[in-house]
Write a new protein. Structure first.
Length: 135
């Protein structure tokens, strides 16, 4: 496990989720994050260790090892807090009650495959990005 790094777990077959990961990688100038798909062995292990029900949570999760984990809109805002240029908007959006944010998040998550499509298999990182992904 990468010490001191936050872990983003994402749906590896979801085009929207893969796009989100690519977006974060390009803007993670402080190298805060590591990545794993929900479908990977390490993803399944991390989910199991935290007793997360993937029938209820099947999109992006952020794990801060030894501290906390974040789901739904909290996960997205947690990521934004660490990306240059997105810190302020994350703080502002965090002022919106979690329940309302999660209604919107759940709506997008429910239709993400229909709107953005789905891959047959998880994304395979390029050799340059391989070190950012957990095995």
């Amino acid at each position: 496990m990468a010490l001191g790094k936050k872990i983003i777990l994402f749906d590896g077959v979801c085009n929207l989720c893969n796009g989100f990961v690519q977006f974060v990688i390009k803007r993670d100038t402080n190298d805060c994050f590591r990545y794993a798909s929900l479908q990977s062995d390490i993803g399944k292990q991390l989910i199991s260790e935290r007793n997360i029900d993937t029938k209820k949570i099947d999109s992006v999760l952020v794990i801060e090892p030894g501290v906390a984990y974040y789901i739904k809109s909290d996960a997205a805002l947690q990521v934004g807090r660490h990306l240059k240029g997105y810190r302020t908007i994350s703080k502002v959006l965090n002022l919106i009650p979690r329940g309302l944010r999660n209604i919107i998040y759940d709506f997008i998550a429910r239709y993400r495959y229909a709107w953005f499509g789905k891959k047959d298999a998880c994304m395979i990182p390029t050799p340059e990005l391989k070190a950012k992904f957990l095995d």
